[in-house]
Each structure stands twice: as C-alpha cells, then as structure tokens.
Design a binder for this molecule. Structure first.
Ligand code: ADP
Ligand code: MG
Length: 380
C-alpha cells in the first residue's frame, strides 16, 4: 500500500508482539548474560558459573547455588511480568534486587532457539527437575528427577535465532560481543554483592572447538583490592589509590526544606563514593575507557555524566591517561530511579547536574591533596 491509502488496523499476532518487546530487554549478548547472572545473585547464590560455548554463539549457561525454584512456580517462572520480587509499583522505591520486571526469562525464550532450566530447592535436593520452555516461556516439557544440588542452571542455546538479522549481526561480531559481555561480568566481579556468607565466587569460561578456557575468576572475596588483583593481577594495585569521597548535593527538595525550616545544615543529600582510581602522578600507561566501572548502591550502571566528570577532572591533573576507575556511589533511597531503561543500565538521578558539580569539586580536592603529597615525596 502507498502511504496515502488507508489500511485497516489489526493487532499483531501474539508471538510477534512478544518478540518486539523482548528485543528491548535482551538487546545483545551482554544484556542476556547480565540478566541471568542478576537472577542468580537475586536468588542469593554464593557461587555463579557462566559457561559460554563459541563466545555464546552456540550457548550460554549460568549455573548457581541459589535458592532454586519451587515446584509451585515452575509454570510461571518464565512468563512475562511474573516475578517473585515486586508486586506493586510502590515497591519500586525500595527495590533491593537486581530484577523486578519479570521480563528477562520471557524475553530470552522469545529470542532463542531453546531455553532450559534445571533447578532444585533445599527441600527437593539432591533431586532436580529440567524444564524446557517454549517461545512464550511456557513449560513445554518437564523431566523426571535428575541429580541436582540446590540451585539453578539456565541454558540458552542459539540466542537470536528467531530474529535472523540480529543473529547474523551477532555471529559476525561474536568475539567483540563476547568481550563486552566479559567486561560487564567484570563489573559484577569487582564489587561483589555481599551477604552473610561473604562475597560471590564468579567463574566465567568459554569453550572453543571443544577446549574450555577460563576467562575470569574471583574467589568470593568482599574486598575491592582482592577482586581487582584476582581480575588483573596484584601488580595493578601499585598504580591505584583509594577513592573515598563524601559530599553534599543540593536537591530541589533540600532547598525547599531549608527555606521552610530555616536550617542551613540538615538539608542536603549526602553522597559517599568508595572505590579506586589510577594514581595520576605516575604515568601508568593509558587505560582504556572500558576500565571504568560505576555503581549506584552496588548496582553496576552507566552514568554517562558522572563518567564524563571523572575524565574531565582527571585530565586537568594528567593529560596523558584515561584513569582506571571503580566507583560505587551510595545514594539514599528515593534519590534515583532505576526503572528508566529495560536493561536498567541507565539510571535517573534526581538533581544530577548538582551531583556532578559537587563530584567535580570533591575530585579536584582529592587530587590536589594527592598532588601535594606527591610533591613532598619528590623533594624529600
Ligand atoms: P525478574 O528477575 O525481574 O523477577 P526474570 O524473568 O529474570 O524476572 O525471572 C523471573 C523469576 O524467575 C524471578 O522472579 C525468580 O523468581 C525466578 N528465577 C529466575 N532465575 C532464577 C534463579 N537463577 N534462581 C532462582 N529463581 C530464579
Ligand atoms: Mg531477572
């Protein structure tokens, strides 16, 4: 039909509609892997293993020792908007889990050749069940019992096969896509979420022509220095310093509160930033911008303006290198919104410009202190 003709309006068929929305949740290999690993962390796993075959082109498998899925939940586990983590919109203000949209498994089912889940809970272990899921996330086949300790394994084969253009693109760029996925997994490895048992052991491997190669491994440490040395080797630490910033940010709310209360002190939002950054006084070689990891309350994310602020301030102290940065921002509940993009990597921060400004000042002070310490060392 030409644009000037009218066409009747029809509903697209259910599977097409499902694929269209799924394509926004699972954009590429890295978001697929991220969703699976986050599910394992949300299930309280202390050990998570990620196995790629052929850089993920053949399959991705995430194996955890978390709570497992109870038999009563088998039928709804991968249905769209079914989640064990959130039941009303209000809960979003205080959501502590990575997941809350109930879309990841449903999307993976729509976008892959096959998805199977093997799972067992404390009460079913050592017997587990294998669930085969169809494109809508419905259980199409349920096995008899298999041996499985408590935990869950999700296997995704032939990702993007039902969307041939994306599949082709992925196959063509598989190595690069794999690199991005590995980088994102590194973000989860560096700032491990902690619970009563300590940190999370993370192991990532890739199997190419039958040979398995370990790509990343952490030992469940809760300290940033140990996880950095587990990932890049202990020598890396020689080039880094602690980042420890505390500053106040004015928000619209805080200004209002001050005007009302006439109290200049008690109003601003307190922000704490902990992590590590390259020593600027040394020339430690150029660090690529993929060595920059940002977190808000332990949740890895891409705060573009914050990242830019780091690079800008750093450049005024060291023009020749982009810093390695690991920075975890502690922000109070209600000061940011994580439900901006389906992959949750974009976070809306209230009064972000004020935060960025305060961050820049804090960084400048921080580096000025480092510079004077360094200067003293040189003259001694
Ligand atoms: P969400 O994480 O937003 O709830 P998902 O589609 O990622 O949505 O997962 C749906 C539900 O399946 C989760 O709420 C959880 O109850 C269950 N689930 C998924 N992965 C795991 C896992 N590895 N271990 C235990 N439960 C899981
Ligand atoms: Mg999830």
């Amino acid at each position: 039909a030409t644009p000037s003709e009218t066409r009747s309006i029809k509903a697209i068929d259910a599977l097409s509609a499902h694929r269209i929305t799924s394509g926004q949740v699972v954009i590429d290999l890295q978001t697929a892997v991220k969703e699976l690993v986050e599910n394992s962390l949300d299930a309280g796993a202390t050990s998570v293993e990620v196995r790629f075959k052929d850089h993920g082109v053949e399959s991705i498998e995430v194996i955890d020792n978390g709570t497992g899925i109870a038999p009563a939940d088998y039928d709804s586990v991968a249905l769209k908007h079914y989640t064990s983590k959130l039941s009303s919109f209000e809960d979003l203000n205080s959501v502590a889990t990575f997941g809350f949209r109930g879309e990841a498994l449903a999307s993976l089912c729509a976008l892959s050749a096959s998805v199977t889940i093997t799972t067992s809970t404390a009460s079913t272990a050592p017997a587990g069940t294998i669930l085969e899921l169809d494109r809508f996330g419905r259980v199409s086949n349920r096995s008899g019992k298999v041996a499985r300790q408590r935990g869950t394994t999700v296997s995704v084969s032939g990702i993007f096969k039902p969307v041939p253009v994306r599949r082709k693109e992925f196959e063509r760029n598989a190595k690069r896509e794999f690199g991005k996925a590995l980088n994102l997994l590194t973000a989860y490895a560096l700032v491990p979420c902690t619970h009563e048992n300590g940190g999370v052991r993370l192991a990532v491997s890739n199997q190419l022509s039958g040979r398995k190669a370990v790509q990343l491994r952490t030992d469940g440490t809760t300290s940033l220095t140990s996880s950095i040395s587990a990932v890049w080797g202990p020598k890396t630490l020689e080039n880094l310093v602690d980042l420890d910033l505390t500053f106040d940010v004015e928000t619209e709310k805080s200004v209002l509160r001050r005007q009302n209360a006439g109290n200049a002190e008690a109003t601003a939002t307190k922000v704490v930033v902990r992590g590590m950054i390259s020593k600027f006084a040394l020339n430690c070689g150029r660090s690529a911008s993929d060595r920059q990891f940002f977190y808000i309350n332990g949740r890895p994310c891409n705060p573009t303006k914050v990242q830019k602020a780091f690079n800008e301030v750093y450049r005024t102290f060291n023009a020749t290198q982009v810093p390695f940065v690991v920075a975890n921002f502690t922000l109070p509940n209600g000061s940011h919104d994580i439900n901006v993009s389906p992959d949750k990597r974009t976070i809306f921060i209230h009064s972000e410009d004020n935060l960025v400004q305060a961050l820049k000042t804090a960084l400048e002070d921080r580096f000025a202190t480092e510079r004077s310490t360094y200067a003293v060392k040189l003259t001694q």
